[in-house]
Design a binder for this molecule. Structure first.
Ligand code: 4AD
Ligand code: MG
Length: 476
């Protein structure tokens, strides 16, 4: 039976036998192995006797090598740890050539370099912490909804619909791209394609989730989504995971309350369960910020920020109020914004950052956007100009959640679709939800990686998903 290092380090017990399996992080004085097995950020110190250990085995104890160790847990003789393991026998499971293995203890590889060796970066402290926290967030999401009685719905990954109407999709086809079958008018004949129609990778599971919400009341999706937008930023991925709850009978305010309590629940779960990793990430961020000029550093440390978000309510303002605040702001008046501000514009990231980081200094929910900058399914407000939309903006991240109350009135919905050139005939299945027992309902999408960014304090979204897909990059 293998004992996990986490169990040894978190229990106070000593004087018992263990079998450890893990990877060498460092080896010092031919005697002290720092062994890590991924169960916890810390290594355990394994003490071996160089006198009684085979010469060739000693040589093979290199950073990165996999070992199996039989030994006894004892109270530590040295500083820096309370317990350690005295080895009775050491078995080499897999060697690791120090001339070739890039992750040597003495190097301090940059995050950029580690991205190029993403297949190995799990073995660093930073990525160990990030991906344990990522796991914990995923678990908290399922637990939150399960405990509330939501049904987890698996929505299709290949679909013929463009949920957001954004048109930036990856096509899925088995047609030969050098010589596809064509109609008489020269257009590609998709009836010959695998699904008999043009299909793409999903940009959102929302439309399908709405259908299920009209039966279960409360559902959520949690799956991969794909966007072929050519956005090379620290906040965008071409393949990212999204969580989309959809709730029958909820209005916009219920939707905001759900989203706010959801985010706070996730953060609390991680604070309760991943403190070792968070402390490490907190220090990592402090060190990273030392490179920045003082006025660009965050006002709060990571742990302080997370605690602040669960202790304080989010600010709630309408889009119209947001525009007024921006028009009166110093950066607007001093012409420091790159993009213009006027009612009707899509808020740019510089505007969102000003509202969240400078003006309110807390997460902000912006509601009731102009209908022309939002998707067709959002419910039209009585003013005829705005829709019941909500975006949640988080410090350092920008938009972390996008959602709305949905247009449940068939006549309003079909009118809006016609205005936006969305074919109603093909979308009969979506419109059926408005024909057969329609009801008010609302939902939102949380960008999972943006949530992981926020909680880990990492600054590039490529560093919080194991194998990022971004423009011109699909390695591994
Ligand atoms: O605002 P979005 O586009 O909303 C929807 O897709 C709705 N169907 C959600 C719903 O109401 N059910 O995307 C939702 C969230 C954004 O707020 C952002 O956090 C994240 O998904 N997101 C991305 N994350 C990483 N990379 C990208 N390219 C992203 N695009 C959106
Ligand atoms: Mg959005």
């Amino acid at each position: 039976m293998r004992t996990k290092i986490k169990d040894i380090l978190t229990s106070e017990q000593v004087d018992y036998s263990v079998n450890l399996k893990g990877w060498v992080r460092s080896f010092r004085n031919n005697q002290f192995i720092a062994l890590n097995d991924g169960s916890i950020i810390h290594n355990i110190q394994v003490v071996i006797n160089p006198e009684t250990t085979d010469e060739s085995l000693l040589k093979s104890i290199q950073t990165g090598a996999a070992l199996s160790i039989e030994g006894t847990v004892i109270a530590s003789q040295g500083k820096g740890q309370t317990v350690e393991v005295v080895a009775n026998s050491v078995t080499l499971l897999g060697e690791c050539n120090p001339e070739e293995f890039p992750l040597q203890a003495k190097n301090r590889p940059s995050l950029e370099y580690l991205r190029e060796i993403a297949h190995l970066r799990f073995r660093t402290n930073v990525f160990g912490a990030v991906f344990r926290v990522r796991h914990s967030i995923a678990y908290a999401i399922h637990k939150f909804f399960n405990d509330k009685g939501f049904v987890y719905l698996h929505t299709p990954i290949v679909t013929a619909s463009d949920a957001e109407g954004a048109g930036e999709m990856f096509r899925v086809t088995t047609l030969p791209f050098d010589n596809p079958p064509r109609l008489e008018n020269g257009e590609i004949d998709f009836t010959e394609d695998f699904f008999g129609k043009s299909t793409n990778l999903t940009v959102s599971g929302q439309l399908e989730a709405e259908l299920a919400a009209m039966a279960f009341g409360e559902v959520y999706t949690f799956g991969p989504t794909f966007r072929a937008e050519n956005s090379n930023t620290t906040r965008h991925l071409a393949e990212f995971w999204m969580v989309e709850p959809e709730v029958a009978f909820n209005d916009l305010e219920d939707n905001m309350n759900l989203a706010e309590s959801f985010i706070q629940y996730i953060i609390k779960h991680v604070l309760d369960n991943n403190m070792e990793d968070l402390k490490f990430l907190d220090e990592r961020l402090i060190n990273e910020e030392k490179q920045k000029p003082a006025n660009e550093r965050s006002e709060m440390g990571l742990l302080e920020k997370l605690q602040f978000v669960i202790d304080n309510q989010f600010e709630r303002i309408t889009y119209t109020q947001a525009i007024e605040i921006l028009l009166q702001s110093k950066p607007y008046q001093k012409k420091q914004f790159k993009y213009d501000v006027a009612w009707g514009i899509d808020l740019q990231s510089e505007h969102e950052r000003f509202l969240v980081e400078k003006h309110f200094k807390k997460p902000v929910i912006v509601t009731d956007y102009p209908k022309d900058i939002k998707a067709f399914y959002m419910r039209l407000n009585d003013d005829g100009k705005t829709v019941a939309a909500m975006d949640i903006l988080a410090p350092g991240i920008g938009e972390i959640v996008g959602g709305s109350q949905r247009e449940e009135r068939l006549d309003h919905l079909t009118k809006r679709m016609a205005e936006m050139d969305i074919p109603t005939a093909e979308m009969y299945w979506y419109l059926d939800s408005r024909r057969f027992g329609t009801a008010p309902h609302a939902g939102f999408g949380l960008g999972f990686e943006r949530m992981v960014l926020f909680i880990t304090g990492m600054t590039n979204i490529r560093d919080v998903i194991p194998f990022p897909r971004t423009p011109k990059n699909a390695a591994f």
